[in-house]
Design a binder for this molecule. Structure first.
Ligand code: FES
Length: 202
């Protein structure tokens, strides 16, 4: 009996499985980076650094002198020889807007603006006093009020008197003249950035 040849059944390829990229197992690669917590930490640190830098900048800005020496608003350094002779007429320093007076009361730097309405008063040698041309206020050589509509004596700038021995005498809070022997004065520093108003007509 003839045998029927058996036909080998061709192997069918295995049924295709779902091969979408999503289904492939992708190896997990750790990407270096920062976590949310780290990011916030760094942002906070950067903000603080910026704030400190700004604060430091402002401190330096305000700490530096804003006016140079020798310009109005800054310090004027005068030699002892620049001091007027005791009870002689005061010396005019137009760049610093002050009169330097030397009387029995001491040394004072008088702001050149009248305390009434701001006119520039003048030294009138014939009357040995300051007189304001606007409304007639008058002041003594040391800046003390005499008469007129001015509400107070002349304003003074803070001065530092350096003596030959190195002692430093500074104008007090009331702006009184600095009492010192003229012969012992080595240097006078007038701070035109520090104006002291007199308390009334004294
Ligand atoms: S402004 Fe000097 S008296 Fe008036």
């Amino acid at each position: 009996m003839a045998t029927t040849p058996t036909i080998a059944k061709a192997k069918t390829p295995a049924a295709k499985t779902d091969q979408t990229p999503e289904s492939k197992s992708v190896p997990q690669v750790q990407v270096p980076g920062v976590s949310r917590r780290e990011f916030l930490y760094y942002a906070w640190g950067a903000s603080m650094a910026l704030l400190l830098a700004q604060t430091g900048g402002w401190l330096i800005w305000f700490g530096l002198p804003r006016f140079r020496e020798g310009e109005f608003g800054g310090v004027f350094s005068l030699a002892g020889s620049d001091l007027p002779i005791l009870n002689n007429p005061p010396k005019d320093y137009p760049e610093g807007k002050f009169w330097l007076s030397n009387t029995d009361d001491g040394i004072a730097a008088l702001y050149k603006v009248c305390t009434h309405l701001g006119c520039l008063f003048k030294w009138v040698g014939a009357n040995d006093r300051f007189e304001c041309p606007c409304h007639g206020s008058k002041f003594q050589k040391n800046g003390v009020y005499i008469e007129g509509p001015a509400p107070r004596s002349l304003d003074r700038f803070e001065i530092t008197v350096v003596t030959n021995s190195g002692q430093q005498l500074v104008t007090n809070a009331a702006g009184d003249p600095v009492p010192v022997d003229s012969a012992s004065v080595s240097q006078i520093r007038v701070n035109t950035g520090k104006r002291i108003k007199r308390d009334g007509k004294v």
